[in-house]
Design a protein around this ligand. Structure first.
Ligand code: DQA
Length: 146
């Protein structure tokens, strides 16, 4: 069988604690729960997902470059707090030709003002926010149609 289109799902700092981290904001699902559902959904959609998490900005930059080098169809990224601070991630998104979907569990625009600005969002193809863990499923569905 031919290789299935590859979609990277990158997760930034503190998202390894999903499930116990501020559940009133981020929900009760762990990142493993989310990744498991994405794997099932990817099979149905005929794509392959590569789900990763790091607390380190440079890892996320390297993985964006890697997605480009491997000819990924799309990247879904929840940059977490680096959304609001990282020119390096913005530059990496600009540097690659892979479409990038920015994703947030919460709706940052309804939260503290420092979350209202997104560096990544300045270069992302689209942003999905505020749907909780279901946002990952919506982003994968959208990525397939990009
Ligand atoms: C987040 C929103 C960010 O503001 C925050 O720093 C996160 C998670 C979200 O998924 O809602 O860590 O990206």
């Amino acid at each position: 069988m031919a290789d299935r289109p590859l979609i990277y799902v990158l997760n930034g700092p503190n998202l390894n604690l999903l499930g116990t981290r501020e559940p009133a904001i981020y929900g009760h699902d762990t990142l493993d729960d989310i990744a498991g559902r994405l794997e099932d959904q990817a099979l149905e959609l005929g794509v392959e997902v590569d789900v990763r998490q790091s607390n380190h900005e440079g890892h996320l930059v390297d993985w964006l470059h890697e997605a480009h080098a491997r000819g990924a169809k799309a990247v879904i990224i929840n940059p977490a707090a680096y959304t609001h601070t990282s020119v390096a991630l913005l530059d990496a998104v600009k540097a690659i030709s892979v479409p990038v979907i920015e994703l947030h569990l919460s709706n940052p625009n309804q939260r503290e003002s420092f979350r209202h600005h997104s560096f990544v969002g300045q270069a992302a193809t689209a942003t999905i926010a505020g749907f909780g863990p279901m946002g990952y499923a919506l982003a994968l569905q959208a990525a397939v149609w990009l």
